[in-house]
Design a protein around this ligand. Structure first.
Ligand code: MN
Ligand code: MN
Length: 269
């Protein structure tokens, strides 16, 4: 098993600002800049691992064709025994990724960090909007369980969706230090950078103050004991970033998530 880092430069489904299509290249540039090493905090040097490979961007067609392309790409990588750490792009990438993952891993759970539940049935007439991926995933039954962390924008419509799909929500106001969330089966981690407080991660389209810290998120990620079989890091908007601080947050997450993917036992999957 090896982990492949793949970029999806796609922000057509963003409801407010464009820019996340530029994110994967920016994340890789910061990773390669020499400002830090590729060691996770538990000492795994990803640059020395033969099971960790950073690939480039997947070229995508315009419009809905990108959905089919992303799904087919992920399916192909999974079929070869690889695990994907995908770089968005906006959060719309997660639906096609999960169409491939959900079929490969029938007992899958999602751990989802975000300021927003992203559970709208449709948003401004678009069912593929970055505000909707988890509605699509849940209505298609692609996962057994959806756990959301850092949420702080629940309205009545999204609350109804949370109840309809039995979503487990740890709102930002209830997240503490050293939190642990237990999972029985394989886990897919979807990380929207706006889940982190904008003071720490300003380079996102939707600033939502009152967020969790990166440290709180890392606490949860580092305590995952179930097999972490895939992940995405989405919604970096380089046009809104400040001295690439948010790109550096994405690189930090990439290191810690990559290390967890390599460290957690995949044999039980
Ligand atoms: Mn999101
Ligand atoms: Mn969000």
């Amino acid at each position: 098993m090896s982990v492949k880092v793949l970029g999806f430069p796609w922000d057509e489904m963003s409801s407010y600002l464009r820019g996340p299509a530029e994110a994967p290249a920016r994340i890789r540039a910061v990773m390669d800049s020499g400002s830090s090493n590729l060691c996770s905090e538990d000492g795994l040097d990803l640059s020395a691992s033969q099971d960790f490979e950073v690939l480039g961007d997947m070229p995508l067609e315009a419009g809905e064709q990108a959905v089919a392309q992303i799904e087919a790409t992920i399916r192909e990588f999974l079929g070869r025994g690889h695990r994907l750490l995908s770089l968005g792009g906006d959060h719309a990438v997660t639906y096609p990724i999960l169409r491939a993952y959900g079929r490969k891993f029938p007992q899958l759970s999602i751990l989802h960090f975000d300021a927003h539940p992203d559970l709208y049935e449709e948003f401004e007439g678009n069912r593929l909007s970055h505000a909707c991926p988890f509605a699509r995933i849940m209505e298609e039954g692609l996962v057994q369980r959806l756990v959301q962390v850092g949420i702080r924008t629940i309205n009545a419509q999204q609350q109804a969706q949370i109840e309809r799909y039995g979503v487990e929500v740890f709102e930002a106001r209830h997240v503490e230090r050293n939190m642990r969330i237990d999972f029985a089966g394989p886990v897919y981690l979807s990380f929207d950078l706006d889940g982190i407080d904008p003071a720490e991660a300003p380079g996102v389209s939707h600033h939502e103050p009152g967020g969790i810290s990166l440290r709180q998120a890392l606490d949860i990620i580092q305590k995952i004991e179930a097999p972490l079989v895939g992940a995405d890091i989405v919604e970096l908007n380089p046009r809104r970033d400040d001295h690439e601080r948010t790109a550096a947050v994405a690189v930090k997450l990439l290191k810690e998530i990559g290390a967890r993917m390599l460290a957690t036992p995949q044999s039980k999957v």
